[in-house]
Design a protein around this ligand. Sequence first.
Ligand code: FUB
Length: 326
Amino acid sequence: MDEIVKQKEPLVKHIYTADPSAHVFEGKIYIYPSHDLDEDIASNDNGDQYMMEDYHVLSLNDLNSPCIDHGEVLHMKDVPWVSKQMWAPDAAYKNNTYYLYFPARDKDGIFRIGVATSTSPSGPFTAQKEPIPGSFSIDPAVLVDDDNRAYIYFGGLWGGQLEKWQTGSFNPNGEGPDASAPALGPRVAELSDDMLTFKETPVEISIVDEDGNPILAGDEERRYFEGPWMHKYNGKYYLSYSTGTTHTIVYAVGDNPKGPFVFKGKILTPVVGWTTHHSIVQYQDKWYLFYHDSSLSGGHDNKRCVKFTELKYNDDGTIQTIDPYK
Ligand code: FUB
């Protein structure tokens, strides 16, 4: 019981953190979160309250050790193409190099995805001078598959601008589909061998129900909103994501890294605060959900804190729903 209570405490309290992407690198757990500013900013649907400027890396030597903050590893002043809002990042390891993928608005206010490299999982990271060509929207998540091919998943509605890319180019007036039409899916592209560019034009992922019908835009309990994460369990691909307006983390399962994915159910019930964002990682013989809530700030949407808890599978491969407050 003590262990569970401890796990649900914020990983760090000296800074606000969110959107945790957790990985096991070099035998330790590394967490790549957003770094929320300690500022009171009015919330709106465009996400203007999320004005983050830099990234810190956190790590745990093991699950009973205190969390280490490795300090600032990348600041927007060192990324020539960025104007503002360094949102949810992810990291990957390949080619003896650590890669940090991050979304931010470019000088035209359009979200793009950048990549930065380091020889160490704790950084510091050096950013490429330009965003990934052809990248757009937010919330990159990278899977390096067992065959060493790497895939990047991304996309987010509303402030994340995914609605504005339905024609393949940016339409500032683009709106989401009607409630009765298929929902927008996240995008996926295989990454080039050097991990710095897309190997192909990103494609839209299809998420369907058990009968093979697309999840509809009006189905806000199940439709994709933002925060994709991909992990593999028993050879299956698990795509998990936030439902945004209904504030849950849900998942869908497929046989292929690009889908289609069949909707399965809920992983995490709503947390304190509007956003919910997560990652799933295996450490030794157990699985863990990293997530955030706004408990540390008493509920401020843009002052969040990263937490983790154990995640359990049923014998049929489904995931047991987690209530973050039980
Ligand atoms: O942290 C800024 C944005 O809020 C992220 O990119 C979204 O996933 C949401 O958590």
